[in-house]
Design a binder for this molecule. Structure first.
Ligand code: NDP
Length: 282
């Protein structure tokens, strides 16, 4: 039987030590790390994500500032809010919940965030720093994946395949694996022989957004499989990997839910403390 990589348990352990670090930081600086979360529109899934982020902040001693804006909010209003938060000394991290309602330009909104407060790690400056191997605020989901992989295997020297090349997950995850000295291949919708490439992977990370996309015949015996996908099928959550059959072949695998998801919020909390430290020079 494969080992299930328990994202919830990992997450709980990391949050416990983060809580202590935050308490110590507050004691030393008299500063409370602050995270502003902006939600535009009324997408129910986004609302749940935002609520969970705020709850997690409270549990760890991070002050949260939530901004719920109507879907009709203008780009100018949103940029104005970001400008105010950029200059607010009580706010160390700014997160704009994606996807944005139609008509709002994601790129110009994200790039307006001060990169030092970009706790989602998706500002072009942070993406560039990641590419160059400089210290940066790293995107939360890929950073969470790396933690989970490291918990079960040595990454250095391994053949890793990432399926998906989004700026949010696939691309940064591939760069982070490369930084850990894996030999990395990225697959996408135009990849030929995708199954064969995936079958060569000792570490297979899947961020596609299609239920049951990865089947057992796509996976190498003994591979570590990280399923980033979140799909809703008949009212139930599932990943991109056909868990029942792939789990018989993988050495370790993340479940959905309970795998990568909890780690994403944990990395956001960690980034908020990191951003507060940077801004306070500690
Ligand atoms: P995107 O839709 O931005 O990217 C999907 C990627 O999958 C694209 O690069 C696309 O290729 C590729 N793809 C689509 N169809 C195929 C195919 N048939 N064969 C090969 N590649 C394909 O999604 P995200 O990266 O934002 O998210 C991916 C999944 O991860 C989603 O289910 C999302 O909900 C989930 N997610 C989970 C998070 C978590 O915390 N667990 C956080 C963020 C996302 P191409 O570029 O060629 O179009």
């Amino acid at each position: 039987m494969p080992n299930i990589i328990d994202g919830k348990a990992h997450s709980a352990r990391i949050r416990e030590s983060l809580k202590e670090e935050i308490a110590l930081f507050k004691e030393q600086t008299s500063v409370t790390p602050g995270l502003a979360v902006i939600l535009a529109g009324d997408d129910p899934a986004s609302y749940v994500y935002v609520r969970n982020k705020i709850k997690a902040c409270e549990e760890l001693g991070i002050k949260s500032f939530a901004y719920y804006l109507p879907a009709s909010v203008s780009e100018g209003e949103l940029l104005g809010l970001i400008d105010r938060l950029n200059s607010d000394v009580n706010v160390h991290g700014i997160l704009v919940q994606l996807p944005l309602p139609e008509g709002l330009d994601e790129e110009s909104i994200i790039s307006r965030i001060d990169y030092k407060k970009d706790v989602d790690g998706i500002h072009a400056v942070n993406a560039g720093k990641l590419l160059r191997g400089a210290d940066a605020l790293l995107p939360c989901t890929p950073a969470g994946c790396i933690e989970l992989i490291k918990s079960v295997t040595e990454i250095s020297g391994k053949r890793a395949v990432v399926v998906g090349r989004s700026n949010l997950v696939g691309k940064p995850l591939a760069i982070m694996l490369l930084a850990q000295n894996a030999t990395v291949t990225i697959c996408h919708s135009r990849t030929r022989d995708l199954k064969e490439i995936c079958r060569s992977a000792e570490i297979l990370c899947v961020a596609v957004g299609r239920p049951n996309f990865i089947t057992a015949d796509t996976v190498k015996e003994g591979a570590v499989v990280i399923d980033v996908g979140i799909n809703r099928v008949d009212g139930r959550l599932c990943g991109d990997v056909k868990f029942d059959e792939v789990s018989l072949k993988a050495s370790h695998i993340t479940p959905v839910p309970g795998g990568v998801g909890p780690m994403t919020i944990t990395m956001l909390l960690s980034n908020t403390l990191k951003a507060a430290r940077l801004q306070c020079g500690r």
